[in-house]
Design a binder for this molecule. Structure first.
Ligand code: SAH
Length: 392
């Protein structure tokens, strides 16, 4: 049973964003509270005239309530299952899940009406990640809802919130006991996924369609995949017939994963080489070697305070790649920092082009795929930005 432990009353005028379905209530919007909710509890949100606006999870801090329902009616126990089923149907309907792909993001937080929750599914294994105390508090109900919504296609649920919530939150199996590493298929390419030891939930699903696009341009090309992690882009390039692929990552573990994924797909090892190195160092003496370069760094800015420094990093990285790429080369460049908006990223890449002094065309603006949806009322959910550049 869902228990509502408090009512949160908003200041006059602060109901407007909730009425527009924005799911966050900031502490500054709150007039008063009735009841004493614990972190993670369900609360009711009301306007200054005591009209109900919706229901959500409470937490202390700048975002005080994350709304899961914008209805006047109290949610019932089926709310998680209902939302998970909706999300699953959307992935099926948009053919993200198909005979060639058995790994996908099932829940993308606010984009799926479940603020604070990420669920990635790896061929029968769901990896759940909480970004709010509300999701943590209700993790067992959510796990039950996942089982009910996915039925026998699901055999394991791993809860992994140590790095997103609090170091004291244990990572644990809530259902089943999947064996790592585990093989998934993405557009027919195979990858090992290790949700226990890997970064984030174990694999970066958000680049799926961009990897496919890179594959289309790869036949016969020499390709440099920097910040390669599990070698996603490298595998697609080789599968499409690249002449040569170099994969670079600062982490030895990531390089090891890339090597294993190259082996798993049965490619000719002489066409691929791995380098455990810093990308900035690696690029220094590589003029005119590559036709295609991928720049997919980790979020250089995680907070607004770090944004200025981060932009310098993006600026330098792009300028270095633009200087060394062969004539008629293509650069896939990305930023996954949520605090860097598409215009700022674009302007930074323009500044890199000016510094490199080469003729450059923008071929495509790319981003996150259909299983990372953004609520139109919550533009903050759009985090992955990419540009495909042609360097003459
Ligand atoms: N492109 C990958 C995801 C990249 S995640 C994919 O498609 O799955 C970012 C990676 O950058 C991490 O593996 C991290 O180890 C690596 N990294 C961070 N700083 C780096 C640096 N300065 N040089 C090279 N790799 C770096």
């Amino acid at each position: 049973m869902i228990k509502i432990t408090a009512s949160v009353f908003l200041k006059r005028g602060r109901e407007a964003s909730v009425k527009r379905f924005h799911p966050w209530v900031f502490s500054g919007a709150i007039q008063s509270m009735e009841g004493e909710p614990a972190e993670g509890d369900w609360v009711e949100v009301k306007d200054f005239q005591k009209e109900t606006l919706g229901f959500g999870h409470y937490q202390k801090g700048s975002i005080t309530v994350r709304l899961l329902s914008f209805s006047k009616k109290k949610p019932d126990d089926s709310i998680y299952q209902h939302k998970i089923e909706n999300a699953f149907n959307q992935r099926l309907f948009t053919k993200v899940i198909n005979e060639h792909t058995n790994c996908f993001r099932l829940i993308h937080g606010e984009g799926d009406g479940l603020p604070g929750l990420i669920v990635d599914v790896y061929n029968g294994v769901a990896v759940m990640q909480a970004h709010s105390p509300g999701i943590h508090h209700h993790r067992h109900s959510i796990a039950e809802a996942l089982k009910a919504a996915l039925g026998n296609t699901l055999h394991t649920i791993f809860y992994k919130s140590q790095n997103t919530l609090n170091k004291k939150t244990d990572n644990e199996y809530l259902f089943g006991l999947g064996v790592v590493p585990h093989v998934v298929t993405e557009h027919g390419n195979k990858f090992y996924v290790d949700w226990e030891e890997g970064q984030k939930t174990g694999f970066f699903l958000d680049q799926r369609e961009n990897r496919k696009l890179l594959g289309q341009m790869s036949p016969g090309a020499s390709v440099l995949n920097t910040f390669c992690y599990t070698g996603g882009f490298s595998v697609y390039a080789l599968a499409a017939g690249a002449a040569l692929v170099h994969s670079v990552d600062a982490s030895e573990k990531a390089i090891d994963l890339t090597r294993k994924n190259i082996e798993l797909n049965g490619f000719d090892p002489s066409q691929h080489e791995c380098f455990a190195a810093d990308t900035f160092d690696f690029l220094k003496d590589k003029k005119d070697r590559y036709d295609l370069i991928i720049l997919d760094p980790p979020a250089f800015a995680k907070h607004k305070d770090a944004r200025h420094q981060a932009m310098k990093g993006y600026q330098r990285l792009n300028a270095e790649a633009m200087k060394i790429i062969k004539p008629r080369g293509v650069i896939f460049t990305f930023s996954c920092s949520q605090v860097v908006d598409p215009q700022l990223f674009y302007d930074t890449v323009v500044s890199s082009a000016i510094q490199a002094g080469r003729a450059i065309k923008v071929l495509q603006h790319i981003g996150q795929p259909a299983d990372h949806p953004v609520s139109i009322y919550h533009p903050e959910g759009e985090y992955l930005k990419g540009l495909v550049l042609y360097v003459e």
